[in-house]
Design a protein around this ligand. Structure first.
Ligand SMILES: [Zn+2]
Length: 221
C-alpha cells in the first residue's frame, strides 16, 4: 500500500460503493484493510454509505490472536464491526491484506440452488469468463466455493468459516447460507476484484438456473 493512501478514507469510499451495489443494505456488510502495522475496520450496525473516516476503528495488526484498538472513533457509541472475527480469519489463515463481507442477494440465492436446505455445501462455478478474475483460475476451470450454515450471531460463524477455508485453499471466498459472502485478497484491490467477479458469477448461476440451464453438480451448462 503506498504511504500516501488514507486507508480510513478508503474504507469509507469502498463502503459507499458496496452500498450502491446492494452489498451493504440494512447496515450489513463491511470491509477491513490491513497494512504492516494496523487494521482499519468499519463500525457495526451503521448506515454503511455514510461512514466518515473518523468512524473507522484502527486495530493493531502485529498480533492477530486478540483485538487491540489503536484508535477509537470519536463517537463512543460505535462498536467494531460484527465481522471482525471473520475478517481476522482471512488475515490469520491466508495472510490477506483485505477482507470484505457482502449481503448481496446473488450469493444467497446461488447457495440456495446449490444447497437447498440452507445447510453447508459447495457452489460449483464453471463456463464463464469472469472465473479469470479469481486467484489462479482460468475461464475454463471449475471453481468450488464452500457454503457454511448461518448462525444467529456473526461471530458464531468463525470456526465454520476457518474450517471451510482450510478445506478450500484454492479459493478466497466463503458463502454463508441465507446471509451473504466473505471474500478476501492479498490487498484491497484483489479482494474487491474477486468480490465483483464472484457476485457476477453467482448472479449467472441464478439466471442460468432460472432459464433451466444450471446443473447443480456441474455448474452452468
Ligand atoms: Zn452479515
Amino acid at each position: 500500500m503506498p504511504a500516501n493512501v488514507d486507508i480510513a478514507q478508503l474504507v469509507c469510499e469502498l463502503c459507499q460503493g458496496f452500498y450502491a451495489l446492494g452489498w451493504a443494505s440494512g447496515t450489513g456488510g463491511g470491509i477491513a484493510i490491513r497494512d504492516a502495522d494496523q487494521i482499519y475496520v468499519a463500525p457495526s450496525g451503521v448506515q454503511k454509505e455514510r461512514i466518515a473516516r473518523e468512524d473507522v476503528f484502527v486495530l493493531d495488526a502485529t498480533r492477530l490472536d486478540r483485538v487491540q484498538v489503536v484508535r477509537r472513533p470519536a463517537d463512543a457509541s460505535l462498536r467494531i464491526s460484527e465481522c471482525q472475527p471473520l475478517f481476522f480469519n482471512a488475515f490469520r489463515e491466508r495472510d490477506a491484506g483485505a477482507a470484505m463481507h457482502s449481503h448481496s442477494l446473488w450469493p444467497v440465492l446461488a447457495a440456495r440452488i446449490a444447497a437447498p436446505g440452507g445447510g453447508p455445501g459447495v457452489l460449483t462455478l464453471r463456463g464463464f469468463e469472469m472465473l479469470k478474475g479469481l486467484r489462479g483460475k482460468g475461464c475454463f476451470d471449475e471453481v468450488r466455493i464452500p457454503i457454511i450454515a448461518n448462525t444467529a450471531r456473526e461471530a458464531d460463524l468463525t470456526d465454520a468459516m476457518a474450517a471451510a477455508m482450510r478445506a478450500h485453499l484454492d479459493v478466497d471466498a466463503v458463502i454463508v447460507a441465507g446471509h451473504g459472502m466473505y471474500v478476501w485478497g492479498h490487498n484491497w484491490v484483489a479482494a474487491k476484484t474477486q468480490a465483483e467477479c464472484l457476485d457476477w458469477l453467482c448472479r449467472a448461476v441464478v439466471e442460468t438456473h432460472r432459464l433451466g440451464l444450471y446443473d447443480a453438480a456441474g455448474g452452468s451448462a
